[in-house]
Design a protein around this ligand. Sequence first.
Ligand code: IPM
Ligand code: MN
Length: 346
Amino acid sequence: MKTYSIALIPGDGIGTAVTEAAFAVLEKAAAGNFRLSGTTFPWSCAFYRRTGAMMPQDGIATLRGFDAILLGAVGWPAEVPDSVSLHGLLLPIRKAFVQYANIRPHRLLPGVEGPLRAEGFDILCIRENTEGEYSGAGGRVHQGTADEVAVETSIFTRTGVERILRFGFEQARARSGRLASVTKSNAQKYSMVFWDEITHKLSAEYPDVEVTSYHIDAMAARMVMAPESLDVVVASNLFGDILTDLGAAIQGGLGFAASANINPDRSAPSMFEPVHGSAPDIAHLGIANPIAAIWSGAMMLDHLGERAAAARVMAAIERATARGIGVRPGKDRTDAIAAAVLASLD
Ligand code: IPM
Ligand code: MN
């Protein structure tokens, strides 16, 4: 039987509970058809407190041997500054494994009432995931003095912009044929004009895709006011980060927002994680919604080529939410939601 090796990084806070719930569902979905061999890595802020690093020095080399990575959440700011924990674990994995396409589906599941609408919201955000505003290029001088200067430079490369836009065009082609490309080229006249130019150039290669460029501020309003006019949305790293929390809110909350950090060339493992963070405020209450993590797991099965199993997991999630389970934040316990999805798996 085909076996996939999965690196499990539950991380911090609610990451542990949602990863456990998701992996149990995936294992059941696999039963009889393929195997998932999970190896858990305790890399987290607690690990940092013990060892002085978020993961061992050879962490990236260790992960490289796996077929995929399932991650819960990273961050425990009371103990480790977020700028340290995220730059020590999550962000280096995205970059080292060239997971340049961050796919984030935002749609209302059956039974879920979003704060703005109960139906008619279904968009796919494609977020650049390795460069742009998250490049980490910059520095501080004259620290602690009145003359202090902080510089953080966004880096946009032709390779990086072209490949994420191509990915967006391909996704649009596979869905409705509509692509929205997001920039702020009216204010940022180098990087964002560059992005718009490449969008325009590539559009000639995709005559079947109708591409429209929007500014990020107008896009935020459009996602609220007229989301039915949107389908696939492609944006830079930071813009995509912000828009996908908005998308998560409109789809009913962060408990429903799944994501896949994809290396489209398959030269290294891809990583699957809910959009939400470690939620320290509810971490010990047992009420985290595991649906975002389970949905991310379904995206992992899909990426591994197990499309039928992925579809069965999605159907199980939808059967549970249609019955009202897990649809309101804080109402159902993590275990109860996970059990309902498990029981709904045919
Ligand atoms: C996300 C998160 C991360 C990001 C943080 C935790 C660094 O917000 O995956 O959306 O900004 O990419
Ligand atoms: Mn985010």
